[in-house]
Design a protein around this ligand. Structure first.
Ligand code: SF4
Length: 371
């Protein structure tokens, strides 16, 4: 029987040169000497997709060797980066022109630089993207985490990426040990949702089926910011995993505290994946109530339960042909909030924001406590 391929995310470092307002990871970095080794990476299973992320992955000067190892076991690799280390990124792209690069840009110049706290961050990220494109790289694009301050930039940034023929990935605020955050929350939900609604309509109006499915993902983000149940089941830890800089294998990056299925520095993959500890984590996933809507957990679900987004897309394309647009009020909770049937406080309580919690950081104990 053919070996089942998984979907994996490799967090190669928790070190980061950015100072994003919605992520405290830079305050709780990993130590370089503890970070995942090539030896551990060789033990990973076959994957149909691998995301390499951080911290800032290009802080690791051996990233090329890591990618070389991962290509022996993965069909497709995408690196999430802030785009600051232009020369390192271009150098890697020369050896791996098929690789995907997603550069986090949080809005137009002023907004981006206010959120990410990187000197000249927008210009550097944007320049890196353009130079990758000039080299002939196809799989490059923007990644934006939408929140109150940058929501008005959502559609303008999408249009910019569209003009450049680039991918455009979105997310919204989450709280977890991975972000070392428990206080992220959307304050003006209708305003943020309206901007997502505009984006959904732009995507549905395009000629690209891939964009139509992205429209569904963004519709799910509106549902998420109103604190509702995920539109698709979460099957993390069943066919998808994350591995952190310490070799700890986890279901995802959305949990409040780090959930560990096993450690790949100490175990081999089969032993770890089939262990009773991994089973226990899977049971927790089955009753997880965090309702995340991040591409890492949604993309595998969209493939697995393809008929759900496919039906949504068909329904909305038909609407378009009759000149009717997508409306965020298709979601009952959005109507209920507009009609005063539910309060802001009640919606806030549905979110994972906890102003009084000390955020966990997922570091090995000797390295520090929560921030
Ligand atoms: S909903 Fe899924 S991705 Fe989010 S924390 Fe729970 S198990 Fe992880």
């Amino acid at each position: 029987m053919a070996e089942k391929k998984l979907n994996g995310t490799v967090i190669v470092t928790y070190r980061c040169n950015a100072r994003c307002t919605m992520c405290n990871r830079y305050k709780a970095p990993s130590r370089q000497e503890d970070e995942i080794s090539l030896e551990t990476i060789r033990k990973l299973p076959k994957m149909y997709f691998t995301n390499i992320t951080g911290g800032e992955p290009f802080i690791r000067t051996d990233l090329k060797e890591i990618v070389r190892e991962l290509y022996k076991k993965s069909d497709r690799i995408v690196i999430s980066t802030n785009g600051f280390f232009t020369d390192r990124i271009l150098d890697l792209a020369k050896e791996f022109p098929q690789i995907g690069i997603r550069i986090s840009i949080e809005g137009l110049q002023e907004t981006n630089d206010a959120i990410r706290g990187l000197p000249d961050g927008f210009k550097r990220g944007y320049t890196t993207l353009r130079r990758l494109r000039k080299m002939g790289m196809k799989d490059v694009g923007f990644g934006m985490t939408v929140q109150d301050i940058n929501a008005p930039d959502l559609v303008p940034l999408y249009r910019l990426s569209d003009r450049l023929g680039m991918e455009f990935a979105t997310a919204s605020l989450h709280n977890s040990f991975y972000f070392v955050e428990s206080r992220n929350i959307i304050h003006d939900r209708p305003m943020v949702a309206e901007n997502f609604e505009k984006l959904v309509n732009e995507l549905l109006n395009s000629k690209s089926p891939k964009k139509w499915f992205r429209a569904y993902f963004n519709h799910g983000l509106i549902n998420y910011i109103y604190g509702q149940k995920r539109l698709l089941p979460c099957d993390m830890a069943f066919d998808t995993f994350f591995i952190d800089p310490y070799g700890d294998v986890m279901p995802c990056n959305g949990t409040k505290d780090k959930e560990v299925m096993g450690n790949l520095n100490e175990q081999d993959w089969e032993e770890l994946w089939n262990s009773s500890r991994a089973e226990m984590v899977r049971r927790k996933v089955r009753c997880c109530d965090r309702q995340c809507w991040m591409i890492g957990s949604v993309s595998p679900a969209m493939h697995k339960y393809i008929w759900v987004p496919a039906f949504w897309v068909i329904r909305h394309k038909l609407k378009f042909w009759t000149k009717k647009k997508y409306s965020m009020y298709e979601l009952k909770i959005v109507r209920d909030y507009r009609d005063g049937k539910v309060t802001k406080e009640a919606l806030d309580r549905c979110s994972t924001c906890d102003l009084h919690a000390a955020a966990a950081n997922g570091l090995k104990e000797k390295q520090g406590d929560s921030v």
